[in-house]
Design a protein around this ligand. Structure first.
Ligand SMILES: Cc1ncc(COP(=O)(O)O)c(C=O)c1O
Length: 454
């Protein structure tokens, strides 16, 4: 423990508290229905919160702060499988010792937040482990932001400054880049920017088409060439998610991405990869590493699993003083947890063909195969994904059917989230802390729910 104050007494309390919390949290290790006397309390709190927020929630979900591994407890006392993990944040699973320890260590510190301008050792150490993790690439610097959207804004500003006045940006159809004023234009879904003025000029080209893999690269390149013909070479960069998260995990091949990135290079455009959702979740720590694209990336953004967010960039793209700053890096606890998480993932057996991420992918896909060829034949038209980013379709894969299915699945004890439109998919952002017996139970609940709804 190197944060904050230390003394033999603090260390003794710390160790006792750490183990007591772990022991208590471990009790939440199985699914269970709500407690009769708490049902109304959850309903009342949610109703009031919905009024305060001005909108409803998709699920009747309010977490109690208790949970273990893949399990989360809600305020009504029910315990469910959490296979979406705050939309991809809690990769290690609920009450993982790394999260608890990071919080406790932060409690010995004198403040809550670390800043960009007056630093602490936690962001410094986290920056070192992150840059070490990308040492096979040309990425040389890392800058913290407080959200994935803002890390993308930082990326765009850096690219704009370098390429001024070439401010146009190329993005991909079905992409999601966040909610800031600039990122809502990078995001493909128009309903996310209803009533907004256009703030930046973005052109969207087709991504890899898993139904027409052979022609995908040709189609993307011809759309790219058309853009240059139409607008001249007024572009700063090409931005993409290698695994499109909000689209339901659409992804291409190494050859496809290499073709696109070579085109970008030939035309003097920088390559910016958005790994806010994919960071730490694929068969390598970064999806660009999994596809062997290290030499191409100029800017990479991350968030979620980091317990923070930020932007990697090359030496060449280091911006002029004054362009990027901001009060917060993140909290002491989140920087500390980010550092421990990255170290743990790098040093443990998580990546590569025999790593934990590949193992989870294989096990889940095998269960999907069994269901889709057996008792649920004709009812699961698609399943796929990479590492801990997996998705599947049910029935006609419309938003209505998928939402109905997910709500029933929630009631039956498994929390997921949807992604994509035409088709709409059920999405998992799995925790690594999931045992074989859990996988068995999860698939028996999925099977039962499919029989009930589809
Ligand atoms: C690929 C991608 N980029 C950017 C964002 C935005 O991140 P945040 O919600 O932290 O602003 C997300 C969030 O889901 C994302 O999936």
């Amino acid at each position: 423990m190197s944060i904050g104050v230390q003394s033999p007494e603090i260390n003794e309390h710390f160790n006792k508290l750490f183990s007591s919390i772990l022991i208590e949290q471990q009790k939440f290790d199985h699914i269970k229905g709500p407690d009769e006397d708490k049902k109304e309390m959850l309903a009342a709190k949610l109703k009031e919160y919905e009024q305060l927020k001005g909108r409803g929630f998709f699920y009747p979900f309010m977490a109690s702060g208790r949970g273990h591994g893949p399990f989360v407890e809600l305020l009504d006392g029910s315990i469910k499988y959490d296979l979406i993990n705050a939309i991809g944040v809690n990769l290690l699973g609920h009450s993982h010792p790394i999260y608890i320890k990071a919080n406790l260590e932060a409690a010995t510190s004198d403040t809550m937040m670390t800043g960009n301008l007056l630093s602490y050792q936690e962001p410094y150490e986290l920056t070192k482990v992150l840059l070490d993790a990308v040492k096979g690439s040309r990425l040389k610097h890392f800058w913290f932001s407080c959200s994935g959207s803002f890390s993308n804004d930082t990326a765009l500003k850096i690219l704009w400054q370098k390429k001024a006045p070439n401010y146009r940006l190329i993005a991909f159809k079905k992409s999601f880049a966040g909610r800031s004023i600039a990122m809502q234009d990078v995001t493909y879904n128009q309903s996310y920017r209803e009533g907004m003025p256009m703030s930046i000029q973005v052109d969207h080209v087709p991504h890899f088409d898993y139904k027409d893999p052979e022609n995908s690269l040709k189609n993307t390149i011809s759309a790219l060439n058309e853009l240059i013909q139409k607008n001249g070479n007024t572009y700063c960069a090409i931005t993409l998610e290698l695994i499109q998260g909000e689209a339901g995990f659409i992804y291409g091949t190494k050859e496809y991405y290499e073709g696109v990135f070579k085109w970008a290079r030939e035309h003097g455009l920088y390559v910016w990869v958005d790994e806010v959702q994919s960071f730490a979740r694929t068969r390598q720590m970064f999806a660009f590493q999994m596809f062997g694209l290290d030499e191409y990336v100029d800017v990479v953004t991350i968030g979620k699993v980091l317990q923070g967010a930020g932007t990697f960039y090359t030496e060449e793209l280091n911006p002029k003083p004054g362009l990027i700053a901001g009060t917060f890096n993140g909290s002491v606890a989140s920087m500390n947890a980010g550092k421990a998480t990255v170290r743990y993932l790098k040093e443990g057996n998580f990546y590569g063909d025999n790593g934990r991420m590949a193992e989870l992918e294989t096990k889940f896909k095998a269960e999907f195969k069994k269901l889709s060829e057996g008792s649920c034949k004709g009812k699961i038209p698609y399943y796929g994904g990479v590492g801990t980013m997996l998705s599947f379709e049910v029935g006609d894969a419309t938003p209505d059917t998928t939402n109905k299915f997910m709500k029933k699945l929630f009631e039956n004890g498994v929390i997921t989230f949807s992604a994509g439109k035409e088709p709409t998919r059920v999405r998992f952002l799995l925790p690594t802390a999931i045992l074989d017996e859990h996988i068995k139970e999860i698939f028996s609940i999925i099977e039962k729910t499919i029989q009930e709804v589809i």
